[in-house]
Design a protein around this ligand. Structure first.
Ligand SMILES: NC(=O)c1ccc[n+]([C@@H]2O[C@H](COP(=O)([O-])OP(=O)(O)OC[C@H]3O[C@@H](n4cnc5c(N)ncnc54)[C@H](O)[C@@H]3O)[C@@H](O)[C@H]2O)c1
Length: 325
């Protein structure tokens, strides 16, 4: 049945941080899920294999290992109702310099190829994982979806361009594209290059916490469970096609205060060592989530202290895992 939430879902980047959580949630809701992931080299494949551990026990889940740029996509899209496109090369700092061709490959070519494959299908929904980095240094906070898009990193430029591609395929071919602009997602399985992961790991290990800049930069942090709820809602809700929607935690905190909080949770005073400010990092982020509330019934459910506790528990479990190998 058209619109059936039981139709198969395709999740790209399914072995990654957010994608593995989303695929789990969809499979747990009884959906057939096909995951695609290239196990790109941004962090160890072993970590991604562990991200998939729970999913491999789901009867409705199947993983296809391969690159969206080379895989034959038509057979993979057969019977699919909703595409959740999370595969990308993420991370701001590595997007300068020679690595940029990997960003164009994973963020632009892969997206264009998926949209081409989707253009003549009758998909229910094509949900794209965009990023707060499309805004750059927002002039007004909280940032609404109408704010100017002026990325300050090459990564942000690729995320914005991919969003434009989606809009273009929606306009010209009716691909039911909706873009979720995620604001720093954290929680268990967070990418090892991301600030909270590095902070939590350092505090847990009793090592110095490295902060880029003075730590006064503020971020809107989104718990991964909340981000997943937004994706699930965007895959099903009426009236969202063609929209861009912010997904944030709705509050912001200075990095140095977050580090304090991690110290309190871990029961260990953090030692901070500062590094020069990273180029391409926005100074402050805060999402207006009114549109997500209105269109998706979105409501962040996990307070920062609880989400950080979950991330710490996971980091400790991982440390035990590698020590036991
Ligand atoms: N984590 C965040 O805070 C955040 C914030 C804003 C936006 N996003 C976006 O959300 C998505 C998921 O981010 P994440 O943090 O889970 O990243 P991640 O790196 O953990 O996951 C992305 C996955 O995509 C796969 N992949 C990359 N290129 C591919 C290709 N060409 N073909 C097939 N698979 C490919 C990678 O192997 C990886 O497992 C990305 O699109 C990212 O830009 C994330």
């Amino acid at each position: 049945v058209s619109g059936s939430p039981r139709a198969r879902a395709l999740v790209t980047g399914a072995a990654g941080f957010v994608g593995s959580h989303l695929a789990e949630a969809l499979a747990a809701a009884g959906r057939d899920v096909v995951g695609i992931d290239s196990f790109s080299d941004t962090y160890p494949a072993a970590v991604k294999e562990r991200n998939l551990a729970r999913l491999s026990a789901s009867p409705g889940f199947r993983l296809v290992r391969g690159d969206l740029v080379d895989l034959p996509l038509a057979p993979l899209l057969d019977g699919v109702g909703a595409v959740y496109h999370l595969a990308a090369r993420a991370g701001v700092r590595a997007s300068w310099g020679a690595e940029f061709d990997r960003y164009t490959h994973d963020n632009l070519l892969a997206t264009q190829r998926l949209l081409e494959a989707a253009r003549d299908l009758r998909l229910e929904r094509f949900v794209y994982a965009s990023s707060s980095s499309v805004y750059g240094d927002a002039r007004e906070l909280p940032v609404t979806e109408e704010a100017p898009t002026e990325p300050v990193s090459p990564y942000g430029a690729t995320k914005l361009t991919a969003e434009h591609l989606g809009r273009i395929y929606h306009r010209s071919y009716g691909v039911p594209f909706v873009s979720l602009r995620l604001f720093t997602v954290y929680g268990p399985r967070q990418r090892p290059d991301m600030a909270f992961h590095r902070f939590v790991r350092a505090v847990a290990a009793g090592e110095p916490v490295e902060v880029y800049g003075d730590g006064a930069q503020t971020r809107d942090f989104t718990y991964v469970g909340d981000a997943v709820a937004a994706f699930v809602a965007a895959g099903a809700a009426e009236g969202v096609v063609g929209e861009v929607i912010n997904v944030g935690g709705g509050v912001r905190i200075a990095l140095r205060d977050a580090i304090e909080m991690i110290g309190e949770i871990a029961g260990r005073a953090p030692r901070v060592s500062t590094r020069p400010k990273a180029r391409g990092d926005a100074a402050h982020t805060l999402a207006s989530i009114r549109k997500a509330e209105r269109l998706l019934g979105y409501r962040p459910a996990t307070p920062l202290v609880e989400g950080l506790r979950e991330e710490l528990r996971w980091v400790r479990e991982q440390a035990g895992f590698s020590a036991g190998r």
